[in-house]
Write a protein that binds this ligand. Structure first.
Ligand code: AMP
Length: 190
C-alpha cells in the first residue's frame, strides 16, 4: 500500500500532479480543500463554518478538519492507498494522521513536496482564479496570505516527515509531465 502526502504551497500544482499519480498508482485522492468546497456548495453546516476561514485565506480549525478527513478515509475501506492533498497542514494534523493510520494498520509512505517560488505561485493562482472563479484565488493579498499561512504553519511539516526519513522535495517548475516523472522516480524507490 502506498500512502502519499502531496505537499507544497498553494499553486504548486498539487491537484494537477495528483491526477497523474491517481491514474498511475490507482490511489484514492483526498483533497481537504475540495471536500470543504463541496460542503460550501451544498450549504452544509461544515461548509458554512469552513467558508468563514477559507474566504480570508486562513486555515480551518484542526479539530474540524481532522474529523472530516477521518470520515472520508473510512468511506474508502478497500483503497489501494491514498494521496492526501492539502492535508496535513499543521503538526497536530500530521500527528493525528499517524495515529489514525497506525490504528488501521496503515502508514504514510512519503511526503512529496513540490517546490516553487512565491512569485510564480502568485501568477499561477491569479490565472487559475480567472478560470475557476475561486474567491480565494481572485485577490493577490488573499493569495499572499495563504502562502504566508503555508510558511508559518505548514512548512514545519517538512521537519516532521524529515525526522521519519519520509520527506522528498521535488522541483515543481517545468512541464506537467516532467514534474510527474520526477515524482514517479521517487515513488518507485519507496
Ligand atoms: P486548498 O484547496 O488545499 O488550497 O485549500 C483551500 C482552503 O481550504 C485553505 O486555504 C484552507 O482555508 C482550507 N483547508 C484545506 N485543507 C485544510 C487543512 N488541512 N487544514 C485547514 N484548512 C484547510
Amino acid at each position: 500500500m502506498i500512502n502519499l502526502v502531496l505537499f507544497g504551497p498553494p499553486g504548486a500544482g498539487k491537484g494537477t500532479q495528483a491526477e497523474n499519480l491517481i491514474s498511475k498508482y490507482k490511489l484514492v485522492h483526498i483533497s481537504t480543500g475540495d471536500v470543504f468546497r463541496k460542503n460550501i456548495k451544498a450549504e452544509t453546516k461544515l461548509g458554512l463554518l469552513a467558508k468563514s476561514y477559507m474566504d480570508k485565506g486562513g486555515l480551518v480549525p484542526d479539530e474540524v478538519t481532522i474529523k472530516m478527513l477521518k470520515e472520508v478515509v473510512e468511506n474508502h475501506d478497500n483503497a489501494n492507498g491514498f494521496i492526501f492533498d492539502g492535508f496535513p497542514r499543521t503538526t497536530p494534523q500530521a500527528e493525528a494522521l499517524d495515529i489514525f493510520m497506525n490504528a488501521k494498520g496503515m502508514n504514510i509512505s512519503a511526503m512529496l513536496a513540490l517546490e516553487v517560488e512565491d512569485d510564480i505561485l502568485v501568477a499561477r493562482l491569479l490565472n487559475r482564479g480567472k478560470e475557476s472563479g475561486r474567491a480565494d484565488d481572485a485577490d493577490e493579498s488573499i493569495i499572499r496570505n495563504r502562502i504566508k499561512e503555508y510558511y508559518n504553519k505548514t512548512a514545519i511539516l517538512k521537519d516532521f516527515y524529515s525526522a521519519q526519513n519520509k520527506y522528498f522535495g521535488v522541483e515543481g517548475v517545468g512541464s506537467v509531465e516532467e514534474i510527474s516523472e520526477r515524482l514517479y522516480k521517487v515513488i518507485d524507490t519507496l
